[in-house]
Design a protein around this ligand. Structure first.
Ligand code: C2E
Ligand code: MG
Ligand code: MG
Length: 782
């Protein structure tokens, strides 16, 4: 740096001045513009030069800053100012705020904050009563300045931003830094009553400072007009020649009263000032409220009835913008001014209710994809509603969650609505809240029939007590349970169900039970078939061995009887013996045919012809018994693959039973028709005595006969033959009305030769009360 002779000279002189104690601190008072009292002073340095007299700071501070002498000088200023303030306090003056100017150089000196702290300790000065005045230029170092300022704040001193408006526009620092006061530069104050621009700036800076919760000081107040303008615009603190020039401490103290008189003489009268402040504070509150309204996530509004219309007097909040509206579109307007007419009319109803005094009017609406809920509260004055306040909150997220829930619910619905399983939701009182549509297919009643009813209502009486206990246990243990019970089928009979019941919890409390039930009638039926077939297979084996055991001795007996016949002449006895032996042989034959693996002679046969042959065998017998046999054959049926002799045996057996069941005559109807595309059905319907349900169950089992002399083998063998052909026999009977036997045979025989123990393919389909509803062949052929 090129130094001039003068500057080098000055530097030497400053150092000497310090040694010679030629520096002085002058103090300029700061007044509270509301109370008119001196609240603090600003320390301003002077150099009492032996020849030049008082040298103003601007003539030596810049050089001191340049050379670094400012550090030493600054410490002297701070120490002196603190000592002076302390002295005043000890002399009994009210504690004043001491303002000290800082240069950038000082601020960036290492350990500056510790130094300040040290000086405050040494002088026993309260940090709260010290204000550092810094200029905007200090902010140039955007890294250090904020850090040091924050440190200073942390030891308790205040920061004031000096010469505000002259330097760099540091508005952004204003809210980033912990600044307590803004000091409007005197250049703006000078013209604030003559220049509209400056007036506006001053006013705006004051408002801005207030917005930021900072105090405002005006420096350089020289006239009454300037003071009044600042007071009108709510500047907090004033400083300037109008009150006092910077003075040496002794003189300042002497002039204290006189200085405060200036405010009484030139300031705005106290009452007026008070009004201004009240108005201001009201305005502030209002502004504050509006800001809060604006900041709030929701939406806040007010309306009044004016000339029959609901006019909004206030409206703001983030939600409003979300809805795609602005306060300007709403305030001073009625609903139809900014909303589609139908929507406006809809809302108008609620507005009217609230205006008519109804409390807690709430509504839920949607605007531009935003869902919100609004509540209206009427405000009364003197018994009348004078305005209505409304508040809305955004519930879009909630709605979206609800929507998502609905989607997932609908997924479940698809399952529950389409499953073959029964799904039920049961409440804690054992009543059915929901029954799936599958109830109709499984139980024959539409689901509505069950809704609201007790779960035990259509349950088999034998199951109720057990199931009730199981439910109670589940509610207690809170664990899912599995059971079985029977429910009534619409057309009579019962449907076997396997049940899984699960408690549904809400906040750890059981709220409902969900029941999933599966129709296991088919399974039960299969089990029944297996049971029966097992019986058959055992009997088959047994029969085979018994047959052999009996046949051999029987042959011997027969031979000896024939020999005896020649020697003894008792023809009646022998006839009887032979007929009994013949009967025994027949039984054995039957046994053996049951036990023997079937050797079928499968041929393509016309059932038409075969049945006609069989019927012709019954002609004489039926005439004798006064029985009429009618035929109703579908002549278009194809040939079927079967063993003609075995099939004849089946039909003869069935017809024989029918004839025997009708001792008093009647009609036997024989019908033959297609059954689906792959089967034919031969139906024998008699008008005989009928068979009871209990007996029906046992038909087809060996050694069970409804006939006095029957062995029960005949029908069992028929079942077996039909089954071996891949078909089945269905029987239905009611006492005194007759019996219907249906033989269903496949057109193409693929099951020929099936063995009895292949239980899965056992197709001894037979109606009893547990499988009554299954009439569709598909169930049985699977
Ligand atoms: P500043 O901090 O803005 O101080 C206010 C200046 O305006 C003072 O000038 C003061 O005498 C003057 N003033 C006050 N009221 C009126 C008024 O009504 N009309 C007019 N025309 N002027 C008024 P001063 O004392 O000459 O100080 C000038 C500047 O020197 C100060 O400006 C401050 O930046 C700096 N300064 C003064 N003392 C110190 C100090 O101890 N350390 C540092 N670093 N700088 C200082
Ligand atoms: Mg200053
Ligand atoms: Mg200034």
């Amino acid at each position: 740096m090129l130094r001039t002779y003068e500057s080098l000279q000055l530097e030497r002189e400053l150092k000497r001045a310090m040694e010679r104690k030629e520096f002085r601190l002058y103090y300029q008072p700061k007044l509270d513009l509301v109370t008119g009292k001196i609240i603090g002073v600003e320390a301003l340095i002077r150099w009492d030069h032996p020849e030049k007299g008082l040298v103003p700071p601007l003539e030596f501070i810049p050089l001191a800053e340049e050379t670094g002498f400012i550090i030493e000088l600054g410490e002297w200023v701070l120490t002196t100012a603190c000592l002076q303030n302390k002295a005043w306090q000890e002399a009994g003056y009210l504690p004043l705020l001491m303002s000290v100017n800082l240069s950038a150089r000082q601020l960036y000196q290492p350990n500056f904050v510790q130094r300040v702290n040290q000086i405050l300790n040494e002088t026993k000065h309260a940090p709260e009563c010290l204000i550092f005045e810094i200029t905007e230029g200090i902010m140039l170092d955007a890294f250090h300045a904020p850090r040091v300022i924050k440190e200073l704040k942390s030891i308790g001193v205040q920061i004031s931003l000096d010469d505000f408006g002259t330097g760099f526009n540091s508005l952004q620092y204003l809210h980033e830094l912990p600044i307590d006061k803004i000091k409007i530069d005197q250049s703006f104050i000078r013209n604030c009553t003559s220049d509209l621009n400056d007036a506006t700036i001053v006013k705006s800076v004051i408002e801005l400072a207030h917005q930021l919760k900072m105090g405002v000081i005006a420096e350089g107040i020289e006239t009454k007009e300037q003071l009044n303008y600042l007071q009108q615009n709510l500047c907090n603190i004033g400083q300037g020649y109008l009150f006092s020039k910077p003075l040496p401490p002794k003189e300042l103290v002497k002039n204290f009263n006189q200085i405060e008189q200036v405010m009484i003489r030139d300031g705005v009268p106290p009452e007026r000032n008070y009004q201004i402040r009240i108005k201001e504070s009201m305005e502030n509150n209002r502004q504050e409220m509006l800001n809060r309204v604006k900041m709030q996530q929701g939406l806040f509004f007010k309306f009044k009835k004016m000339e029959g219309k609901f006019i909004h007097t206030l409206c703001d909040g983030k939600l409003l913008y979300r809805m795609g509206l602005t306060p300007n579109q709403v305030i001073g307007k009625e609903l139809s001014d900014f909303l589609p007419l139908s929507f406006a009319e809809d809302l108008d109803r609620y507005y009217r209710k609230a205006w008519d005094g109804e409390e807690d009017v709430t509504y839920e609406k949607e605007i531009n994809g935003i869902y919100y809920i609004t509540s209206l509260s009427p405000i009364r004055r003197g018994g009348f509603v004078t305005e209505v306040i409304g508040a809305s909150i955004n519930i879009t997220k909630l709605k979206q969650a609800e929507e998502a829930l609905k989607v997932s619910e609908s997924k479940y619905r698809i399952i529950t609505e389409n499953t073959q399983d029964l799904i039920r939701v049961i409440n804690l009182n054992n009543r059915i809240e929901y029954a799936s549509p599958s109830h109709e297919t499984v139980l024959g009643y539409p689901p509505e029939v069950y809704q609201g009813h007790l779960i035990f209502e259509m349950m088999h009486p034998d199951d109720v007590v057990r199931v009730k206990n199981q439910y109670a246990d589940m509610a207690l243990s809170r664990n899912p349970m599995q059971t079985e019970f029977r429910l009534k089928y619409a057309n009579g009979g019962w449907v076997d169900l396997e049940i899984k019941a699960t408690p549904v919890f809400h906040n750890d409390k059981i709220k409902q039970f969900v029941i999933v039930a599966r129709d296991i009638t088919k399974r039960k039926q299969a089990e029944e078939l297996i049971r029966k077939s097992e019986k058959l297979s055992v009997v088959g084996q047994l029969a085979s061995s018994i047959a052999h055991e009996i046949r051999n001795p029987l042959t011997t007996i027969k031979g000896f009887v024939q020999l005896l016949q020649k020697e003894v002449d008792l023809p009646v006895y022998f006839d009887t013996m032979f007929s009994e032996i013949k009967r025994l042989e027949e039984i054995i034959q039957e046994f053996l045919s049951l036990a023997k693996p079937n050797v079928c002679k499968i041929k393509e046969i016309s059932l038409n012809i075969l049945l006609k042959q069989v019927l012709s065998l019954f002609e004489s017998q039926s005439i004798m018994n006064d029985i009429q046999i009618t035929k109703e054959f579908d002549l278009n049926l194809p040939l079927i693959q079967c063993d003609g002799n075995q099939m004849k045996q089946v039909f003869i057996q069935i017809l024989q039973n029918a004839v025997e069941a009708m001792p008093n005559g009647g009609t036997i109807k024989v019908q033959m028709s297609g059954h689906g595309t792959d089967f034919v059905k031969i139906r024998f319907n008699d008008e005989g005595s009928g068979i009871s349900k209990e007996r029906m169950r046992k038909i087809g089992e060996p050694f069970y006969s409804t006939k006095e002399k029957g062995t029960g083998m005949g029908l069992m063998i028929s079942y077996k033959i039909v089954k071996d052909h891949g078909g089945w026999i269905e029987m239905d009977s009611s006492i005194n009305h007759g019996t219907t036997v249906e033989v269903i045979l496949p057109i193409k025989n693929s099951n020929s030769g099936i063995r009895m123990d292949e239980s899965k393919n056992l197709l001894l389909g037979k109606k009893d009360d547990t499988i009554e509803k299954i009439t569709d062949a598909r169930y049985l052929v699977k």
